[in-house]
Design a protein around this ligand. Sequence first.
Ligand SMILES: [Zn+2]
Length: 86
Amino acid sequence: MILGCEDCGEDLPYVEVDGYAIGDRLLEGVIFHFFPNRSVKVRDEDAEYFDGLNNRKWLKRIQEYVLDGADDTICPKCKKEAYVEE
Ligand SMILES: [Zn+2]
């Protein structure tokens, strides 16, 4: 997939998604990374908190959320809006 940002180009290593989008307050501020190969990981700083949760379920939800056309993915470089394309 192509992960891009208008300012930074189309070769972003990943885009960021705030867990609030899928988990409401449970995951607010927990940042996930969505990669071009469609895999999803939680940000290192949030790993300890996230380990106490149902990881597989939430990782899959984030993946589905992005593939469904999430409009609030974030560029990891400039923190502005990013885009995801097939
Ligand atoms: Zn950017």
